[in-house]
Design a protein around this ligand. Sequence first.
Ligand code: 3HC
Length: 717
Amino acid sequence: MKGTVLYEVKEEVAILTVDNPPVNPLSDGVRTGLYESLVKAEEDDSVKGVVLTGNGRAFIAGADISEFGGNVEGIPLNEVFNKLEFCKKPVVAAINGVALGGGLETALCCNYRIAAETAFVGLPEVNLGLLPGGGGTQRLPRLIGPGEALKMMLSGSHVPAIKALKMGIVDKTSKDVVAESIDFIKEMASNNDNHPRVRDKNEKMLEARGDKNILLEAQAMAAKARKGQFAPGQIIKCVEAAINIDNFDEGIKKEGEYFMECLFHPQREAMIHIFFGERAASKISDVPKDTKIKDIKKAGIIGSGTMGGGIAMCFANAGIPVHIIDQDEENLKRGVSVIEKNYDFMVNKGRLTAEQKDGVFGLVTSSLDYKDVSDCDIVIEAVYENLELKHEIFKSLDEHVKEGAILASNTSGLDIDSIASVTKRPEMVVGTHFFSPANIMRLLEVVRGEATSDETLATIMAIGKKLKKAAVVSLNAPGFIGNRMLFGYTAQANMLLLEGALPHQIDQALESFGLNMGPFRMMDLVGLDLGWRARKLSGKESPLHAKIGDELCEQDRYGQKNGAGYYNYSEGSRAPNPAPENEETYERISAENGFTRREISDEEIVDRCILALINEGADILSEGVSQRAADIDVVYINGYGFPIWRGGPMHHANAMGLDVVIEKLEKYKEITGSDVYKPSEMLVKLAKNGEKLGEAPEKDNRKEKLGFEMSSVANNF
Ligand code: 3HC
């Protein structure tokens, strides 16, 4: 059994300490331990009360997520909670650290809650496709009101102890939570026989009865922030039951039914796949666990544009001083003022206090001189994509920055080995591909060069975690992971346009599938002119899929930046409006290229675009560019707006069944005649063996990596 509960008696108080490192989830051993310890405390006449706490940095991080979907052993959670809630002695939850999900639900079954000032609480089950199934949907609304409880459960947000105190989730905060709980329980046990239970607090439920707005607001919130997800609706139904059913146990029964529906829903498996996938992504199979990690006390950024500024904010937000260098004083001033404006915006929105802003913004310094980054432990170059320019910068950095410091390039497609080759420390050179806006987007592709050392890589993964990024390693190969897949996907969207579908139909079909933004809205946002200019410069004929986009650029339709692209945009608005004037162009280019435009179903649109992603992803895996299929999913969800509830393209393929994937690929190969749909060898092999996409093959069994023409991928959108 996993985990245990330590039992000791101090000053006539039984102290139960959950011990299941590192974050004390309620695994089978913990549930059994809790139950048995409560019985022991009840039977010990010398014990006046119970204090429940956690070992290490967490109180309890929730149910054991790895148990979901498998055979669960040990005492069921609700039986443990029942024992806790009806314990014959008063119980205080001494919340020493994080209390999430089942962890907060445990605390809600106790009579009193005292939290460490540094602790935080929350019911984040929704992020796993679940609802708080340990009574959270019934108890939290009773404590803080259904409106606030719904906000917490639908957002999955973490609430710091001080705020939790104001909201009424905890009764007290403390610096020494166990000692204070012991004193508290001694006092309460001697003064009082009647200890409060959350289940008995009905006032807030009665107040809410008949107030339709609470549920309507929750529905609006779920529709906006959790489009396509199953669990939010279930959470709302649970709270509706809490409000309208007098009998608490009946409400718990409803919660149990709705929880089981979530548990067996495919979205739960997809979202838990991403939870573990994000954590697995930081582990690199051939980098030993005990690899030394450099201490990053100060960071430098070269370039004060959008990317440089965003990356600087990431460091400052993590409490790391950051120095920005630009070669142009005007640019630098503008860049730093944009950073300040971003922080002011957060203050206006109430996300930061003015004091906090001064603190983080105070960590950002800037100058024009490379010497000022000489003492940095890492310097990230974030200038525009030009290999010669990057070579020059890295030569200068190598000269100026102290020995042992990491030099990183924020490139979306250039060759890291080539950049590393101009320095005397290639082992300390790495790619850090942040996504724009870097202070908001979670994805960080870490590009591992031929020479990048284990220490450099391990340090970057650790810093990625500190910056709250989902960091994923990619080998140095064209387009890395994300953009290489995006290339095939947008190319297919463009082919569908050439064959007869219209941009809004293609976008709508893919947005209904769950993508945040369809490909044509995305291309308009990025700018159609980037690829067009690069293709013009190369002097080569445009590939078929780029013909329409190039023609639109010839007509000065560059996308959102000048108000016209595949869509039209009103001034100052990002909302796409139809552009019927483009249809003549679509028809003409289709005809010129030998296509007879046809009706294309939404099913074909989704299949062709998503299969292009899957097939390329399988190649990326078989080349070892990505370590594992889940890494690709983490990239797609955090950087490209793929719906988390589908678990990413690779999980989606596994869920569909690889034999079905191959069948569909072959069908579209037949229809289009395109090699894009020639099933990847890896897919064929796995399907034959009844296996799923998982780990990349061992080094010797890998497909040869694509040759280098890095920029070609990036320039082809
Ligand atoms: N169950 C099982 N394992 C868990 C876990 C959980 N609830 N929470 C964390 N872990 C594991 C992680 O997988 C990781 O394992 P690894 O070292 O092998 O990769 C390890 O614990 C450490 O986790 P993190 O790397 O995430 O550590 P951090 O310090 O960065 O974060 C945390 C700690 C904030 C607690 C974060 O782990 C977290 O958010 N955990 C999930 C919390 C959650 O969603 N709880 C609800 C669970 S569902 C539930 O309770 C249902 C109930 O209502 C019935």
